[in-house]
Write a protein that binds this ligand. Structure first.
Ligand code: SAH
Length: 397
């Protein structure tokens, strides 16, 4: 039997409605002191009257002090449990994609809090961000091995959020060997993925659908891909018939990746890269009188914590303003935000405010979301994070 974690009176309501996080101020610490639990320990979460609400794991050191894994207090987080949940996650992806390139597990949304698994064919990149998952790390590797017989599994446990859970940062190949080159396919375009040394798991699958939508709009156009990373948008656009594509990123490693991906798809002739701070590069392009028909702005999260909202929202406004300044007449601005705290409406307002400031009229004609391999948990708003807006930008009406 697992030990109990008891909630204060009336604190079970949110959990009963489907939420899966317990905050430390909701625990009855007289009955079950948080300090008696170790990080990652499995518990039965119970209401104040002792009625079990479900099974989960604890981290006494974090604001989210417990995460519910199952409504059944009889289950435990072990290989059998992991196998079932990973198979369920796989079922959804198999129904949606005909090639093995997708996010296989998306944390809370797949009932596996703190576990992300990206699949690049027979190479799997795993990212763990909770102490509870860290404790079953070896089981996760074994289950993936049994289910998929991968060529390699890499632990990409180098994300800063692990610090909050008291977990060390490291990157390690835990099974097999990474092939020298690892190629995936997305929107009929091939990409070489640098799992080692790359950002996050190595690739951002979340924009797949919007990148595909972009491909229908770029034939014969001059495209600028700002914050390009490996050219997820830009190389896809070049492959779909864009006349020229310029990728901008501050990272040389990322732009080397763009060159590799351009070559892979035979579009090197029409692609170029500019290394630098996007704000400076866009201003320099403007001073230089350069114009584009389509500009994509897909930055890193400018708002990581709620308290950074004001400053971050202003950064979104500013980058979109300078992006519009390098757009030719009747151009298309594709702008995205992966900050959960920047809502769709906030982003819409940022663009509208920028447009008014420089006397442009914008029409929102298409909206994109995170792809279906990043499902949303209706009770965990944080699992919805990507929004993409497509605007036509005209001289003021
Ligand atoms: N658009 C990419 C994902 C962007 S990730 C895709 O679809 O895959 C964010 C990228 O922005 C990273 O490659 C990072 O190197 C780059 N970056 C971060 N800050 C930057 C800045 N100030 N100027 C230019 N690039 C920046």
């Amino acid at each position: 039997m697992l030990p109990s974690l008891r909630l204060k009176k009336n604190e079970e309501r949110r959990i009963k409605q489907g939420h899966v996080w317990v905050f430390s101020n909701e625990v009855d610490i007289q009955a079950t002191p948080l300090k008696d639990f170790s990080a990652g320990q499995q518990v039965i979460v119970e209401a104040h009257n002792g009625k079990p609400l479900g099974m989960g794991f604890v981290n006494p050191n974090t604001l989210i002090c417990a995460r519910i894994l199952s409504r059944s207090p009889k289950l435990e987080l072990n290989k059998k449990f992991l196998k079932k949940r990973i198979q369920a996650a796989q079922g959804l992806r198999e129904a949606l994609f005909d090639k093995p390139y997708y996010r296989l597990v998306f944390g809370d949304s797949d009932g596996l809090p703190g576990l992300v698994v990206d699949r690049f064919g027979d190479v799997f990149a795993v990212q763990i961000t909770t102490a509870g998952m860290e404790l079953v790390k070896e089981d996760i590797v074994q289950v993936l091995d049994n289910l998929f017989h991968p060529a390699a599994i890499v632990m990409k446990n180098d994300t800063a959020s692990r610090g909050l859970e008291g977990l060390p940062l490291y990157e390690e190949v835990v099974l097999g060997e990474l092939p020298e080159t690892l190629i995936i396919e997305e929107n009929n375009t091939q990409f070489s993925i640098p799992v080692e040394g790359g950002q996050k798991t190595g690739w951002f699958y979340d924009h797949r659908m919007s990148r595909g939508r972009l491909q229908t709009m770029v034939k014969g156009k001059r495209v600028l891909d700002v914050f390009s990373y490996l050219g997820g948008w830009g190389v896809a656009a070049a492959n779909a018939g864009a006349e020229s594509v310029t990728c901008v990123d501050s990272s040389e490693f990322a732009l080397d990746g763009v060159d590799i991906n351009a070559e892979l798809n035979g579009v090197t002739d029409k692609m170029s890269t500019i290394q630098g701070n996007a704000f400076d590069v866009l201003n320099a392009l403007r001073t230089d009188g350069q114009k584009f028909d389509v500009v994509i702005v897909d930055p890193p999260a400018f708002i990581k914590r709620k308290k950074d909202f004001k400053q971050g929202a202003e950064a979104y406004r500013r980058i979109n303003e300078i992006a519009m300044r390098v757009l030719d007449k009747e151009g298309i601005l594709v702008t995205a935000s992966c900050s959960h705290h920047m809502t769709r409406n906030n982003l819409l307002n940022a663009v509208q405010s920028a447009a008014r400031h420089i006397d442009r009229t914008v029409q929102l004609f298409e909206q994109g979301h995170q792809g279906p391999d990043h499902p949303i948990h209706p009770a965990v708003p944080e699992t919805e994070y990507i929004k993409t807006l497509f605007f036509r930008v005209s001289a003021s009406w």
